[in-house]
Design a binder for this molecule. Sequence first.
Ligand code: MG
Length: 382
Amino acid sequence: MSKTISLLGSTGSIGRQTLEVARELGLRVAALTANQSVDLLEQQAREFLPGLVVLGDMASAMDLAGRLKGLPIRVAYGMEGLIEAASLPEADTVVTAVVGMVGLRPTLAAIEKGKRIALANKETLVCAGELVMAAADRCGAEIVPVDSEHSAIFQCLQGCRDRGEVRKLILTCSGGPFYGKTFEELEGMTREKALRHPNWSMGAKITVDCATLMNKGLEFIEAMRLYRVTPDQIQVVIHRQSIVHSLVEYRDGAVLAQLGTPDMRLPIRYALTWPHRTQSPAEPLDLLNCPPLTFAPPDLAAFPSLGLAMDCARTGGTSCAILNGANEAAVGLFLEGKIGFNQIPRLVKSALDRLEVKWNPELADILEADQASRRVVLEESK
Ligand code: MG
């Protein structure tokens, strides 16, 4: 069980919910980091009194340092600050709740120190899954997923003594706000409509990923890395109610599922308390009052992002980093209102078509693939 956490990305949706759980569990907080939200980070720092807070740039760090004067809190900034927050000796657990590739180097730093990683930054495993898992093996670091689907699978695997007994992982997917629409109908979809998720409340980037189904594609790759299965052992099913969070099928035909109300605080709590379970104030699932549970196949023609991600899972090498970098850049442009909804998968596809895949990549190759794919997207969107 965690006692002291460093929380990377404390002002985002997962970060704020992690602090709620930390408050309930009475955990100590060694470090808090945010990109730009100085006001909220100041408020959090005053409550949790971490030894270190980190912001994205020097100007906001200086602003915050002025506001926290007199308190025993050091203020740092940038990637160096993030890596320091991830490596602090007093933290036994690092919660990686930052969005995007920026999480990769701090996660590797925390793994090198043998910390438990409560992993909420899926891009890390998507881009550099093999490196991250190999480092975790070498350093004896536990990686406990926070993503609800991967937490569900992790929970269904408790007590499994031989991973060879697992036949299949079944990832559930809400289908997002545009479920049932055709590719043509999606052409004119706006930012406002894409940001209206039916079941989960999340940050903007991941909510758009849920609308394109790229989120499920990234989770497909994440599951493959985390549980060391082949792409053929993962099935995606649309489950509109977001109550069955994912399932594991064993070779004897038994299928285990984890169910619950859609509330991220449950997988966050489990990542911090595993292998134990603690009392939670949240409302449990009421089976007699929940909607009928339905399952359907995903529509890969309407949502090509999911198919692209599944292809990259099979290709391997730097293709997943290209996919992820191109998607981050394209979603950024969509959120700025510069491109249409269907441009997101089109731009991701052209980055994958144009860039060469490198095999057995080192960290430098992955970072380069990420940058190159962003450049392609910016060029082609003009
Ligand atoms: Mg998820």
